[in-house]
Design a protein around this ligand. Structure first.
Ligand code: HEC
Ligand code: HEC
Ligand code: HEC
Ligand code: HEC
Length: 483
């Protein structure tokens, strides 16, 4: 019987391995901070729990897999205004439920160290605070093959813990993670740091040989590709130098020979086959959660339900509150139908700009009643005599008064009550780094001015890139836009 199997394997062209390999995957997140998905304003929006779920299920198909969150899952550390509290709670519950459904281990809730068995593999889990916990040995004695510490400390403290606490296999940094950090080996411990808001997660793939797990770090395919690209760049620089030297009769022959030798060495390194790692090892990488990754359909559907619930809660609460009136003697917002009476050309031009579809952009994703979104896709939000949650009539989209200020007094006495002209700081109240990564004043201004609206200024700006071009180029670079 054994022989038959062996023969079949040989026929199939593969030799039976002495030690069958197993692939174990650990995905780690931290400081999701109540953010199920990104806003979509950026040209390369990162993060999305539905995509993280998709990656996790993909990992499960390869072998045992575990998702861990090092802490800060449910909400931000920032104070939340009372009106937005219901929304924050709904999102927190959603995240908790989603992570639980994926069988995730939450650092926020891990009171006692525990051992989880996944496909016969025992993973010891513990939460670490600032003071190192001496429980590692205890987990090992319970038979843990791997010890994962969810550390609610910053990276510098994590390093100290790794040095002073032997036995931790993987230490996930869970505080002040920012944009995440490169995985690093400190003795037997692998220190990893995901980015906040699920923008980048850590994926650790443990290649298991002879039934043992090891956290010996081996370069990932991405690391190697980056290294190859760097070598190629160096070769190109050398080629250029050598070509120059060959044309130069005064060039020192020994110097030229050195350059040629350097080039040959780099070329040889590039041509050499990549050594296949052997034994048990780990590959760890910081993975950006790009919008080109597939979403888990169930989580995506649940997010739609969440958006509807958030909208309903916010609207109901908003309707109970009135918009504060403008201060005595100050103007209030009137909406562009009023402006159109005298500035129809400006209005017609504005209708061709992207600002005219800002509200619809939210409606399309049913997020117009989210406190996370409404403020920048509308006119006069949160201003006295302006708009507020559930009070948006006539003020949806980024209208004239966003840039020129509230117009009620100007409408009554146009000559006397003049409106202001905006500066780049006005744009930056919405075109922030987090919502408009390609923003530059002059290029963006080129798009909002034209025939019938600030044409003189538009002409003065002259030729040059437009905001739309900058953004489009960035979107293309990020793999197109699928939102
Ligand atoms: C009743 C007619 C009327 C309405 C309504 C009106 N405007 Fe005007 N607007 C004028 C006139 C007339 C001027 C030119 C004033 C001047 O140059 O003396 C003007 C000038 C302006 C200017 C240039 C100001 C400057 O100092 O150069 C801006 C900006 C402006 N309007 C915006 C608006 C906006 C925004 C609205 C809607 C909220 C609006 N206007 C509604 C008649 C109107
Ligand atoms: C701080 C202000 C701000 C907030 C808050 C905000 N946005 Fe935006 N959004 C912008 C700006 C500015 C742009 C235009 C970016 C650019 O073109 O450079 C934009 C663009 C967009 C786009 C257009 C993408 C495209 O190119 O088609 C979408 C969709 C969008 N936002 C959705 C949202 C959603 C959903 C939320 C809430 C989760 C939100 N925004 C919250 C400012 C904001
Ligand atoms: C109240 C918030 C707000 C302010 C203030 C604001 N914008 Fe915007 N802007 C937006 C939003 C939201 C979008 C995206 C609308 C969409 O995609 O539907 C946007 C989009 C744009 C775009 C489109 C880029 C593209 O991809 O085509 C340009 C250009 C732009 N804004 C220029 C400006 C300039 C210039 C100013 C200042 C003079 C300014 N904006 C001020 C909210 C704002
Ligand atoms: C994104 C910001 C923005 C929005 C929105 C906007 N404007 Fe302007 N507007 C400007 C800028 C910038 C100028 C030119 C200032 C300069 O000349 O330096 C301008 C100039 C003007 C002028 C001066 C006369 C002219 O045409 O040169 C008027 C009038 C005016 N806008 C009316 C409007 C009206 C009406 C709307 C709404 C339909 C509107 N603007 C929407 C930014 C904006």
């Amino acid at each position: 019987m054994c022989r038959l199997v062996l023969a079949l394997l040989l026929v199939a062209g593969c030799r039976p391995k002495a030690s069958p390999e197993r692939i174990v995957t650990l995905l780690a997140t931290a400081e999701i901070h109540g953010t199920p998905e990104p806003c979509g304003c950026q040209s390369d929006p990162l993060g999305d729990v539905a995509r993280i779920g998709g990656l996790f299920q993909q990992a499960q198909r390869r072998g045992p897999a575990l998702l861990v969150d090092a802490g800060g899952l449910r909400r931000t550390n920032q104070p939340i205004p009372e009106a937005a509290e219901a929304q924050a709670q709904l999102k927190a519950h959603f995240l908790e439920r989603t992570f639980r459904d994926l069988g995730a281990v939450l650092g926020d809730d891990l009171v006692q160290p525990e051992v989880r068995t996944i496909d016969g593999l025992k993973i010891g889990l513990l939460r670490l605070g600032a003071a190192p916990a001496p429980v590692v040995a205890g987990l090992r004695s319970q038979g843990a093959d791997l010890i994962v510490a969810l550390a609610q400390v910053d990276r510098a403290t994590a390093r100290q813990i790794a040095r002073s606490t032997p036995g931790i296999s993987i230490l996930v940094v869970g505080k002040e993670v920012g944009e995440g950090g490169a995985p690093e080996q400190l003795g037997e411990t692998l220190i990893v740091q995901p980015a906040e808001e699920g923008q980048r997660i850590v994926r650790i793939v443990l290649h298991m040989a002879n039934g043992t797990l090891s956290t010996r770090l081996v370069a990932s395919e991405t690391d190697r590709a980056r290294e190859r690209a760097r070598t190629q760049q160096k070769i190109a620089v050398l080629d250029n130098e050598i070509a120059q030297l060959e044309k130069d009769p005064t060039a020192e022959p020994a110097f030229v020979a050195t350059k040629r030798r350097q080039r040959a060495e780099l070329a040889a390194a590039l041509a050499a086959p990549t050594p296949t790692p052997s034994g048990s090892y780990a590959i760890a990488e910081l993975m950006p959660i790009r919008h080109t990754l597939p979403r888990d359909p169930q989580i995506a559907a649940a997010m739609k339900v969440l958006d509807a619930a958030v909208g309903e809660a916010n609207r109901t609460a908003g309707e109970k509150m009135a918009v504060p009136a403008a201060a005595p003697g100050a103007a209030h917002y009137v909406g562009l139908e009023q402006c159109e009476l005298c500035h129809d050309e400006a209005v017609n031009f504005w209708k061709t700009t992207v600002h005219a579809r800002a509200w619809n952009e939210l409606v399309q994703v049913n997020k117009q009643w989210s406190f996370d979104c409404i403020g920048c896709h509308i006119t006069g939000y949160g201003q006295r005599g302006g708009s507020a949650m559930a009070h948006v009539d006539g003020l949806t989209d980024v209208q004239c008064e966003v840039c020129h200020g509230p117009g009620s007094q100007h409408v009554e006495r146009p000559q006397k009550m003049r409106l202001k002209m905006p500066s780049d700081n006005d744009c930056k109240s919405c075109h922030t780094k987090d919502h408009s990564d390609t923003f530059q004043y002059a290029p963006y201004l080129r798009d909002v001015l034209g025939p019938g609206h600030g044409e003189k200024r538009r002409t003065a700006l002259g030729e040059g890139p437009t905001g739309h071009e900058l953004r489009h180029a960035a979107q293309q670079k990020a793999g197109g836009h699928s939102l």
